[in-house]
Design a binder for this molecule. Structure first.
Ligand code: FE
Length: 466
């Protein structure tokens, strides 16, 4: 989980989501605030104008003459005002209520002069009679109307319905406001429209976020895929595959990084080549020294190496193993550098101590090469080239499959060459006799698979030379 949050992909994705969130919210704000708000303001202005127009049709003196009690409805002034307001109300069916209010001593509390229900359908309350009290303290716009036309600043949803109300002063000749006229405009459609726009804005926001998540994942995926290629390259290099090159498209920092990486791999490869060459020169010198000390081994290492390579190819070993085997076989007796020359060249039978000394050469060889060869396989082949299939070999007495398979090959090649070439302690056998020896010891001293492969190699050579 912590890896998830550390990953570059996640970070980029989160940045994208946040950016789109902000963009979406700003978008939403712009649509809602500027578009809807301006339309709403226009509606408020229209309602104010409408209220003002209606208020101007009423005579302030007549309104003052209407008594604020039930008998008010019987007055001519009342009937005249209702007639005028009704005609306007009919022309504007969106208006549900038209009313005239007068102020009282208590702020926010008003008294009805006229209450006209111009709308059709079910009405929540019967029209209020003159003098009926009304608590308008919730609506600051009513109070403002005594100074000039006003309107509620938001749509009101209450027990009478969904309305937007506008108000205008009714002034006498001296300009003093004696009452206000209010109209309740049916605003359900506007309200629904506002609601719908809000939902649409939310959907746009949601789609924006969804889109940003997808785009974020795809884009960051593009970046991380290329970084993964670099990581893959580093893995190859660390495993020793210096010929590996990173291929990254595009033309940005990651491409530059890949170029630098490939350059580094080329340099590493070159320096390893130098090291390998150095190693071979050292090995060559060691073999020359060995051959100088023990004339009978002259050419032996080369021949064992060649036989081993042929056996390995016959057995179908991978090229890397064949190469390792070739090197290891060349060096298999290098440990004899640590054995006394007198013992190496002794023509008489060796004493027990001398035999012990000779038997140390595989482990001495391993020790000699440890500082120059990092290839554990080569060291193992050198250490185990005198092990026997039946476990009677040295230095570790390993048996059968426990012996390094490359060491088992060197063992056969080494024995064959020893039997067919001059040695200090023995004369050479014919090739056929040597092959017979190998066959007889197959499964005892030698790995049968290796002996079989060697028999095939020798048969093929014989066939080819005929
Ligand atoms: Fe040896």
């Amino acid at each position: 989980m912590t890896h998830f949050f550390r990953s570059f992909k996640t970070k980029v994705t989160i940045v994208f989501i946040l950016a789109m969130f902000i963009a979406g919210a700003v978008n939403n704000f712009l649509i809602y605030e500027y578009s809807i708000r301006s339309q709403f303001e226009q509606l408020r202005r229209s309602i104010k104008v409408l209220a003002q127009t209606m208020a101007l049709q009423l005579n302030a003196g007549n309104i003052l003459n209407i008594p604020l009690n039930e008998s008010g409805v019987a007055t001519e002034e009342y009937k005249d005002a209702v007639r005028k307001l009704s005609s306007v109300g009919k022309a504007a069916p969106s208006i549900a209520y038209i009313y005239v209010l007068r102020s009282t001593e208590k702020p926010g509390i008003y008294k009805f002069v006229i209450d006209l229900h111009s709308g059709t359908g079910k009405q929540a309350l019967p029209p209020a009679l003159p003098g009926k009290g009304y608590d308008g303290s919730r609506f600051s716009a009513i109070g403002e109307a005594f100074n000039g036309p006003s309107a509620d600043d938001k749509i009101v949803t209450d027990e009478w319905g969904v309305f937007l109300s506008g108000y205008a002063p009714i002034r006498d000749k001296s300009g003093k406001t004696i009452a206000i006229l209010g109209i309740d405009f049916k605003a359900k459609e506007v309200y629904n429209l506002q609601k719908e726009v809000r939902i649409r804005a939310a959907i746009i926001l949601f789609l924006g976020v969804l889109f940003s998540v997808i785009v974020g994942i795809l884009l960051s995926g593009g970046v991380t895929n290329r970084i993964n290629k670099l990581v893959e390259g580093i893995r190859h290099i660390s495993k020793g595959d210096l010929s590996y090159r990173v291929k990254v498209g595009g033309d940005d920092e990651i491409r530059e990084l890949a170029r630098a990486f490939n350059h580094m791999a080329v340099n590493l490869h070159a320096s390893r080549e130098k090291l390998v060459n150095y190693f071979y020169r050292v090995v060559e010198s060691l073999i020359r020294i060995l051959e100088a000390r023990d004339p009978y081994t002259k050419g032996h290492s080369d021949r064992v190496s060649k036989y081993s390579e042929k056996i390995a190819l016959e057995m179908g070993l991978p090229p890397k193993d064949v190469e390792t085997l070739r090197e290891a076989a060349l060096l298999h007796d290098i440990g004899k550098l640590g054995v006394h020359e007198i013992v190496l060249n002794k023509k008489m039978e060796l004493t027990k101590d001398e035999r012990e000394e000779i038997r140390k050469h595989p482990s001495i060889g391993e020790e000699i090469l440890k500082p120059v060869s990092s290839d554990k396989n080569i060291l193992q082949v050198i250490r185990e080239h005198h092990e026997r299939y039946d476990g009677k070999g040295y230095p570790d007495g390993l048996t059968g499959e426990k012996i390094n398979p490359l060491a088992a090959i060197v063992s056969v090649a080494d024995s064959y060459d020893a039997m067919t070439s001059h040695r200090a302690y023995r004369t050479d056998l014919t090739k056929d006799a040597a092959m017979e020896q190998l066959k007889e010891n197959s499964g005892i001293q030698f790995d049968p698979k290796v002996v079989d492969a060697f028999i095939k190699v020798m048969k093929d050579e014989k066939g080819a030379s005929v």
